[in-house]
Design a protein. Structure first.
Length: 101
């Protein structure tokens, strides 16, 4: 589920970047931070752009939405690592089971 949310937010941020000036305004015309946002923290970058576009800047309580999106990004990365950990453990344990036969 987290992978689908991450992919959708990446596509939404990319579509906003290509079709509106919101991303350029939010990141002061730079291209490195939006690109890093698409790669590493897409939900955070998308929420930053939306909050910036709606309020003309990010200050005060608007940071709450950006921080919340950051925690959602971290949780999706953490859940992926946890799932991979269990998958690796199952693979290793089945390998040892076959060796004992």
């Amino acid at each position: 589920m987290g992978c689908l949310v991450e992919l959708t937010s990446r596509l939404a941020l990319l579509a906003l970047w290509l079709s509106t000036p919101w991303v350029n305004r939010a990141f002061s015309g730079g291209w490195i931070l939006p690109l890093l946002g698409i790669i590493f923290l897409p939900i955070t970058a998308l929420s930053y752009v939306i909050v910036y576009a709606l309020s003309g800047g990010v200050s005060g309580w608007a940071w709450l939405w950006v921080v919340l999106a950051f925690f959602i990004d971290l949780s999706s990365h953490g859940s992926s690592a946890w799932d991979n950990r269990r998958r690796i453990w199952r693979t290793q344990s089945s390998r040892y089971d076959r060796a004992s036969i």
